[in-house]
Design a protein around this ligand. Structure first.
Ligand code: SF4
Length: 316
């Protein structure tokens, strides 16, 4: 549910007149309603129509027109002046945890993790599990994930901070749960509150087999494009520049939207992704050549062993 009242108070206290609003793809349909509500309060409104998947991609160019950018759906990943964040919260009924209790009780401690929609409930989830005999704990957040227990596809700091024997991820899909499992190397369970509500242990084996195949394929590459994002919270310039020094045929490419067509047009034999870490893991099947993570590139070059595989995270 999107609550505008607090944002309106903040906008008025800043004496803002012109407001730009940015929504992620899943919430864009609410643009007209938000615009109407803000106009009723006397603001001029501009909606950012570009695609957006996270607070890593702020529409800062809109601030050339607006006094303040209201970014809906996420917590901040980088400190920005004149940006107000309006996270999207979605309550889950705690009873869905019941089916998970017998399995989770087997572990000395269970770290509770979730995405931003449910992160306001982590304390309540933890309390409920404690009352039902599970030693649930919550790890402290980080500058990219300010809420305790919150994880992003690029940052699992709160999971690692929980230092638990096993982990529970509550949320949609298994991507984040696999990320927690790879980042912590501990048994990890996922519970989708909006699907069947059945606890399942996740395994990263299938993903790792696919990544291994891409690493093997990239070993015959003669040229490497090091993808450096120009998005506000994805730009890892130092990392891209360091990676480019590892191979004489590696070149840094500054790029905003990474698409199959762009990679094909650029024509490198393989790419190394320093932008959103999900890209290489989620979208590889769309790309014409291997798109490696930084650690995978080091494995290709013989500077890291496969046993030392780590998931790519954007760390503070
Ligand atoms: Fe999400 Fe990727 Fe942005 Fe991280 S970098 S916040 S995973 S879109």
């Amino acid at each position: 549910m999107i609550q505008l009242s607090e944002v309106i108070t903040q906008l008025k206290s800043r004496n803002a007149k012109r407001i730009a609003v940015q929504l992620p793809e899943g919430l864009k349909r609410q643009a007209a309603e938000i615009s109407r509500a803000l106009k009723e309060e006397g603001f001029d409104v501009l909606i950012s129509g570009d695609a957006c998947w996270g607070a890593c991609d702020l529409s800062l160019d809109a601030l050339e027109w607006a006094d303040v950018l209201v970014h809906v759906g996420h917590t901040p990943v980088t400190p920005e002046k004149n940006v107000i964040y309006l996270p999207f919260q979605q309550d889950i009924p705690l009873e869905i945890l019941e089916s998970a209790v017998p399995q989770l009780k087997k572990y000395a401690s269970v770290g509770v993790t979730t995405t931003i929609q449910h992160a306001h409930q982590t304390k309540a989830i933890c309390r409920w599990l404690n009352e039902h005999g599970v030693n649930a704990v919550i790890g402290e957040g980080s500058s990219r994930t300010p809420l305790d227990g919150q994880v992003l596809g690029c940052t699992y700091a709160s999971a690692k901070n929980a230092n638990a024997e096993a982990y529970l991820f509550i949320g949609t899909g298994v991507f984040h749960a696999i990320g927690v499992s790879l980042a912590t190397k501990k048994p990890t369970f996922s519970l989708d509150p909006f699907a069947d509500g059945i606890l399942q242990e996740v395994s990263a084996d299938r993903l790792l087999r696919k990544r291994f195949a891409q690493i093997e394929k990239a070993k015959s590459a003669k040229t490497f494009g090091i993808l450096l994002s120009s998005k506000s919270g994805q730009a890892r310039r130092e990392l891209a520049e360091r990676l480019a020094t590892l191979n004489e045929n590696a070149t840094v490419i500054l790029i905003r939207e990474i698409s199959e067509m762009q990679l094909r047009n650029l024509g490198f034999d393989a790419y190394v992704n320093t932008a959103c870490p999900r890209l290489a893991l989620d979208d590889q099947s769309r790309f014409p050549v291997p798109v490696l993570s930084p650690a995978e590139f080091e494995i290709v070059l013989g500077k890291r062993s496969w046993d030392d595989y780590v998931i790519d995270e954007i760390l503070p």
